[in-house]
Design a protein around this ligand. Sequence first.
Ligand code: G
Ligand code: G
Ligand code: MN
Length: 401
Amino acid sequence: MMNPKSSLSVLVLDDDLFILKTTHHALTQLGFNNIITAHSVHFALEQLGHFESIDIILMDLNMPETDGIEFFRTLEIHNFLGGIILISGEDEQTLALAKDLAKARKLNIIGTIAKPLNNRILQTLLSQWAQSRTPVKEIVRRPTIVSQADLQSAIDAGELEPWFQPMIQLQTGEVTGVEMLARWPKIDGYIYPDEFIPLAEASGLINPLTFLLIKKASYWLGHWKKHGLHLRLAINISMNSLHDLDFPDQFIKTISDAGVDPNDIPLTIEVTESSLAEDLSTPLDNLLRLRMKKIGLSIDDFGTGWSNLTQLQGLPFTELKLDLSFVQGAATNSRTRTILESTVKMAKHMGMTTVAEGIETKEELEYIKGLGCDLAQGYFMARPMPGGDILNWTKNWKKPE
Ligand code: G
Ligand code: G
Ligand code: MN
């Protein structure tokens, strides 16, 4: 079998030529053969022109000509989507701060390594990355202008695809479910939901879109089950759908036509928290009717929009999904930690399941496990992927120790 690492390209950036040489050597030993070394940002840019073909950058934080922090800005401008490993002689706190800065620029920090470079740590970081990553070419986002007619014909032709992001049970480390996320495949890449869900909502296409994806997802649920993998499915439902009194019946008919029995395959509907601030009489009716049909109800992006906690008393939710900004802010903000900890406690007292989303590092995973959260989802485990990749990913999934 081909070593999956060998197809990844790595850029090593360090002003210290000795480090460049030893890092190159270490990477070669780990099975990488597409390695570019550069002693300055200027030189790297001159050689490459851009960073599109690079999967991983290993970089020194402190370089005389352009420092690492400045380089983050360059990477942001170039919309760099690969992973970054920081190597530095700086203290741990500086490294942690640099990591936060990079995150604020939407860069993906795989981890940090102190100098002198430790090969074993490097290997661990790289294999975690290789396991969870989506190749750069697949995640390139192309801003697209989508028209209502295009979207309509894509739905009619069944072109939209459900992708799935795994969720793990924190206590056992097992994969127990997936969240379905819409993707629109095009010849030159994928269109992402932010670019067509609002249009679907505005043009009355959201229900046909949702039902198409559910039909396609049911095929995968059956396929996984045949291979011994029993997964629950989380489905994002727009508030527009919940304002429509016909929605629950249509939803139940769609799943039963597709052969999905919620007593056998648990289904959860995710509704975003911010939308719950609106007039709730019709949605509440609908949510209750779905709940009576044994559909789980989850509040998505919890912590982002809604101040009136007492409303929780009256809503039939079974699950609370902590927004990723909370989870990711916890490392640096003690108030965020306090809110997070009390929210998990509150949810438990109310008998709700808690899911932490946006887990990107082992530290975040351990932290939320310690809080007593039930489930976790995030790039640290896996990015969203096509249905055909789930079995293989699950087979290779190593439970965190
Ligand atoms: O990975 P991602 O870019 O897939 O998703 C972006 C947002 O789009 C998420 O917040 C998610 O709630 C929303 N989304 C993804 N798929 C669907 C869908 O099928 N229906 C609805 N209503 N929202 C979706
Ligand atoms: O529906 P919801 O808003 O929960 O959709 C999840 C969104 O978050 C999707 O766009 C998904 O691609 C994204 N996502 C999932 N895991 C992570 C993660 O670990 N980090 C970040 N930044 N985004 C994530
Ligand atoms: Mn969601």
